[in-house]
Design a protein around this ligand. Structure first.
Ligand code: SIN
Length: 323
């Protein structure tokens, strides 16, 4: 018999958030309800063979490598079970794009892993979490039935490829997009998932043990008007006097398709000569860096600066990262 069970790993977020005044949906605290309570609030899930596990209970703005390590360990254990079809991860929206990119890089793609979240707390009259959770569980079932693995993000009845997804609106219900990449699945009016998976990027398959290592320090800086590189010089100097986790890399959120202020460029040259690795991402919402011949620093075309930071950490640890 094929695997049927879906495991839901809870990490907190607005989907598990509560507020005192349902009329003021923006006034709430994230990460208050257990993943078990989230499941109980969706009667349709009673028909699904489910298990829940609380991996963390945080507002995802406070995400840490240690939480990622715990999540990776839970995923490794659950995905290796013969009776498990796939895993849903409930998460906050604020760092969802980083976790999704990371899990996609590490997972071997053997089974579906679907992250979901919510823009409204569970106590809001128009709470989106229950629908998103139901869609996410159904997505795992549908993908498993097609023997498709990989990492996906489900919000508002749309499935995004984990490698490209990003938060594109600070408060709209359909807050996520693919930075130009298209959705790979949609729920139709009958509640059935329809997939177009030909463009879904394959998982990196690097393996979960990378999370057991101590991450090198990589910071993000931004190029903008008057960006004279002061912050880069300050980081390098501080790193030289503080021995703990010295600065190993910088991701620059550049202007346009990868351009940098001349003052920022000069400071980055100084940082690079001090042994700091430099990559460029773009702070523009779509299109990303366009690598050009003669570029001084690697451009990471499809990644947000925060995703590029995670990619650089894995790269510096020695992993062969597809950017
Ligand atoms: C969080 O990221 O945990 C809070 C915000 C959200 O989930 O929308």
């Amino acid at each position: 018999m094929s695997a049927q069970r879906v495991v839901i790993l809870g990490t907190g977020g607005t989907i598990a958030g509560t507020g005192d005044d349902p009329g003021r949906a923006w006034s709430y605290r994230a990460a208050q309800l257990s993943v078990e309570q989230l499941v109980t609030a969706v009667p349709a899930l009673a028909a699904v063979p489910l298990e829940t596990m609380q991996v963390a209970q945080i507002d995802s703005k406070d995400m840490t490598w240690a939480v990622w390590r715990a999540l990776g360990q839970a995923l490794a254990a659950q995905l290796s079970r013969a009776d498990v079809a796939g895993v849903v991860v409930t998460h906050g929206t604020d760092t969802l794009e980083e976790t999704a990119w990371l899990l996609n890089a590490l997972h071997d793609g053997s089974k579906p892993v679907v992250l979901t979240a919510a823009m409204r707390p569970a106590t809001a009259p128009d709470a989106d979490g229950p629908r998103n959770l139901l869609d996410a569980v159904h997505a795992v079932q549908a993908l498993s039935a097609r023997q498709v693995g990989g990492v996906f993000v489900v919000m508002q009845s749309v499935a995004w490829p984990a490698q490209h997804v990003r938060k594109a609106h600070s408060h709209a219900l359909d807050a996520f997009d693919g930075g130009g990449a298209l959705p790979v699945g949609r729920v139709d009016s009958q509640g059935v998932w329809n997939w177009s998976l030909q463009d879904a990027p394959a998982c990196g398959g690097l393996g979960w043990p990378w999370l057991d290592m101590v991450p090198p320090r990589v910071e993000i800086v931004t190029s903008h008007a008057d960006a004279d590189g002061w912050v880069v010089d300050a980081l390098v100097v501080h790193s030289q006097v503080s021995a703990q986790r010295p600065l190993r890399g910088l991701v620059v959120a550049s202007t346009g398709h990868g351009t940098l202020h001349e003052g920022m460029t000069a400071a980055l040259v100084r940082a690079a000569s001090a042994g700091v690795l430099v990559w460029r991402s773009s702070k523009v919402a779509r299109g990303g860096v366009m690598p050009r011949e003669g570029d001084r620093w690697t451009g990471v075309p499809g990644l947000t600066a925060s995703q590029a930071r995670v990619a650089m950490i894995l790269h510096l640890l020695g992993a062969c990262v597809r950017k």
